[in-house]
Design a protein around this ligand. Structure first.
Ligand code: ADE
Length: 245
């Protein structure tokens, strides 16, 4: 079971995403355990303040180090060892490869959600093992990024997806964009479903899907195509695509 501990000042953000769809099922099946903790619970004083003004002045607030260190110490006191991950736009870019690595963790994954303008640098230096960014844009805090990381890991846990969906996760499709999907009706507002999909020819359908995945990747993400592991059949399909365009 993958264990995730979330440390945040806004635990409410996590309530409904964790109770829906895949994340709900993964937890019900005992594949995933997510505990969401409020950092304020470890803040000192009557007002339980977890942030403060920055030394040197300037706008915004900075997360204080003490509540975070306290929280990590109390988590460490019981249970499996921790892998502490800070969500920040300054982190290493999150990819499917990162999701695979983290989904295989035996340590408890702590997702520390930065907020406001920043987090005291000593947290980085003394408590964080790894920093992750989900992309080159700035969110108000790490909460939504933590949910992205949780969902990407959860769907990789064995048993989390149905057989059909897990097959599309396998190494054969790795590094390519998905092929086009269709469902009923066969004709919709003048747009037809490709004939081959109605044919029942499994081999032809497989080849068509592979070709369309290659076509789409070539058109939209040539950078991915350049790095994807390609079979001799893939090269043949790509030659066909080149001749068609
Ligand atoms: N916090 C704010 N922006 C973020 C991002 N892009 N990735 C991870 N954490 C963040």
């Amino acid at each position: 079971m993958l264990q995730v501990e979330v440390l945040t000042l806004f635990p409410g953000v996590f309530a409904s995403p964790l109770q829906e769809s895949l994340l709900r099922r993964a937890q019900e099946k005992g594949l995933l355990c997510v505990r969401v903790r409020n950092l304020r619970d470890w803040a000192e004083g009557r007002h339980r303040i977890a942030d403060d003004v920055p030394y040197g002045g300037g706008a915004g607030m900075v997360l204080k180090p003490e509540p975070i260190f306290q929280a990590l110490e109390s988590l460490r006191a019981t249970g499996d060892p921790l892998r502490v991950i800070l969500l920040t736009p300054q982190g290493e870019r999150f990819t499917q490869e990162t999701a695979r690595r983290l989904a295989a963790e035996t340590r408890r994954i702590v997702l520390l959600c930065g907020r406001y303008e920043g987090i005291d640098e000593r947290v980085r230096l003394g408590a964080v093992d790894e920093e992750i960014s989900i992309g080159d844009y700035v969110l108000a805090g790490g909460e939504l990024a933590a949910l992205v990381v949780i969902e990407a890991m959860a769907r990789l846990l064995p048993g989390a997806l149905g057989a059909e969906a897990s097959a599309r996760e396998d190494s054969f499709w790795e590094g390519l964009l998905d092929y086009p999907h269709y469902t009923r009706p066969a004709m919709f507002r003048g747009m037809e479903v490709p004939e081959v999909l109605l044919s029942g020819h499994h081999e032809q359908i497989r080849r068509w899907r592979r070709k369309e995945a290659l076509r789409r990747t070539r058109a939209r993400r040539p950078d991915l195509l350049a790095r994807a592991p390609l079979s001799p059949e893939d090269r043949e399909l790509l030659r066909e695509i080149e001749q068609e365009t």
